[in-house]
Write a protein that binds this ligand. Structure first.
Ligand SMILES: [Zn+2]
Length: 165
């Protein structure tokens, strides 16, 4: 099982000095730790031995759970795994694949709305991404636009401008 914290921490519920340092400098969040502990505890029950949990992003109403592995593993049969995560964090949970192709990850996140494209813009203030969405599908985006903007900024590691066309 691949988790953002080490196996010892996932099983004990306490953090070693290495994982504590990651939490302190922001490479890891309290939400990452919480979901790691939860998934580790569910490992045998739901056969999650080869599951991958990369990181979680809190989007307000929704928590985005990113995996570099099989999305289906973290959803679970009949959605049982995602339902338990959702209950634990007290919010809706959306599982998306964190692909090396960031466009694919973004397309996953905004589903069922379609992604028209992403343009890199070089502004005075630094690099900026223009993420283009169809205005006709505004109501289909599964989260509010402020939260979506934060999630996209965190994924792209740059400022994001969402534009509707
Ligand atoms: Zn650790």
């Amino acid at each position: 099982m691949k988790l953002p914290i080490c196996e010892l921490c996932a099983s004990s519920g306490t953090l070693c000095s290495g994982c504590s340092a990651k939490l302190a400098d922001g490479r890891l969040t309290a939400l990452d730790v919480k979901i790691s502990n939860l998934l580790y505890g569910m490992k045998d029950k739901y056969n999650l031995g080869d599951a991958d949990f990369t990181k979680a992003i809190d989007l307000g109403r929704v928590v985005l759970v990113l995996t570099k592995g099989d999305v289906g593993k973290l959803i679970g049969r009949e959605g049982k795994v995602v339902a338990e995560i959702s209950q634990e964090v007290g919010k809706k949970v959306r599982i998306a694949e964190m692909s090396p192709d960031v466009r694919k990850t973004i397309a996953d996140i905004i589903m069922p709305a379609k992604l028209l494209g992403i343009n890199e813009v070089f502004a005075m203030t630094g690099k900026l991404y223009k993420v283009r969405l169809p205005s006709s599908e505004l109501s289909q985006i599964p989260m509010d636009l402020g939260s979506l903007g934060n999630a996209l900024s965190s994924l792209l590691d740059a400022k994001v401008n969402i534009v509707f066309e």
